[in-house]
Design a protein around this ligand. Structure first.
Ligand code: GAR
Length: 194
């Protein structure tokens, strides 16, 4: 079983879907811990499954590298094979990336390289595109610039709001993430050092 540490910042609906799929035997992985940068509501999903949680905040004006080291040390106590950022809205420092990449994935609610950053759905919506998408990437030292492991388009439909669009994108993100992790666990996807 692939040992996974998941990092979130908010509702953690992607985390919940991942945990449900693991519990149903659909993904050959076990989430050994869930971390957050604040007391995120999504941590309750981990508690529901009796999975350990931890919070490692980056204080206002705090040193990002030192925070990254503390966060990495917390993660390492769970000896993960893979670290997944899904809805983790803090930029991790390069030292953190070097420590865990390439076994460090991120889900992103856009068809990268279009619309990187934390407001991807809003940016796509405001740009008036007719389709956007979802991506799963390996994290590198840039902002959503790492190698793309899976992605799919999602149409923008009449009557969409940012919220309805994001909810449809998340459904695709979850499918892509499950597919990628399944392939890694089954060694059908080899993630290369960059
Ligand atoms: C997801 O769409 C995730 O890809 C996105 O935040 C959402 C979290 O939803 N992440 C980013 O935008 C990072 N740039 P959730 O908390 O309900 O899983």
């Amino acid at each position: 079983m692939l040992r996974v540490v998941f990092l979130i910042s908010g509702q953690g609906s992607n985390l919940r879907a991942f945990l449900d799929s693991c519990a149903e035997g659909m993904i050959p992985a076990t989430v050994v811990a869930v971390g957050a940068d604040s007391e995120a509501p999504g941590l309750d999903h981990a508690r529901h499954f009796d999975i350990p949680t931890f919070v490692e905040p980056l204080e206002r004006g705090g040193d990002r590298d030192e925070w990254g080291t503390r966060l990495g040390d917390r993660i390492d106590t769970f000896t993960p094979d893979l670290v997944i950022l899904s809805g983790f809205l803090r930029l991790v420092p390069p030292s953190f990336v070097r420590r865990f990449a390439p076994m460090l994935l991120n889900t992103h609610p856009a068809y990268l390289p279009d619309f990187p950053g934390v407001h991807a759905v809003r940016d796509a919506f405001e740009a008036g595109v007719t389709e956007t998408g979802a991506s799963v990437i390996v994290v590198d030292e840039g902002v959503d610039t790492g190698p793309i492991l899976a992605q799919r388009h999602v149409p923008v439909v009449d009557g969409d709001t940012e919220s309805t669009l994001h909810n449809r994108i998340k459904i695709v993100e979850r499918e892509l993430l499950a597919h990628v992790v399944r392939d890694i666990a089954n060694r059908e996807t080899a993630i290369e050092e960059s």
